[in-house]
Write a protein of this length. Structure first.
Length: 157
């Protein structure tokens, strides 16, 4: 028989496995229970969710293998969506046809620096992916057809 790694725990209220920690806790907002999912090494839980009461209606239902894996899958999906949303807030792309019919793609990437927040705007030839122009601008820069065309024409963002 192969021994389980020493850092794995499979208790009714605490599971540690595959880089995740699931802990059943008292729900501070009511008389129920909650489960918090924390990635190993993180200081804060990635997900806190209501947890089912046991048969005695006082204590929580114990964690088991299936519940733990469902929680890992759910938490991973929540984190993935959060990361996608963050990327979408910090990056935008706009394409248009220039006056000569050339397809141009404009990328706007926001740099959320506490000391020096700014954005980088770059124009590319869509056919060759060749950089036409790049510049630095305010993170509040609005990427529209008008601002994109002006940037390509004048370099003004």
């Amino acid at each position: 028989m192969i021994d389980a790694p020493t850092d794995e725990i499979s208790d009714p209220r605490l599971w540690k496995k595959d880089g995740w920690i699931a802990r059943v806790i008292k729900n501070e907002d009511d008389d129920g229970w909650a489960v918090e999912m924390t990635r190993k090494g993180d200081s804060e839980p990635a997900l806190v969710s209501p947890w089912t009461m046991g048969r005695d209606k006082k204590n929580p239902k114990p964690l088991d293998h299936a519940a733990f894996h469902t929680l890992v899958k759910t938490t991973t999906e929540v984190l993935r969506r959060h990361e996608q949303s963050a990327r979408a807030r910090l990056h935008s792309t706009f394409s248009y046809a220039g006056e000569d019919g050339q397809r141009i793609r404009i990328d706007l990437d926001i740099v959320p620096d506490d000391d020096d927040p700014h954005a980088i705007v770059a124009a590319y030839d869509e056919r060759t992916n060749e950089l036409i122009r790049t510049g630095r601008t305010s993170p509040a820069f609005k990427l529209t057809a008008t601002t994109a065309a002006r940037f390509v024409r004048t370099g003004e963002a």
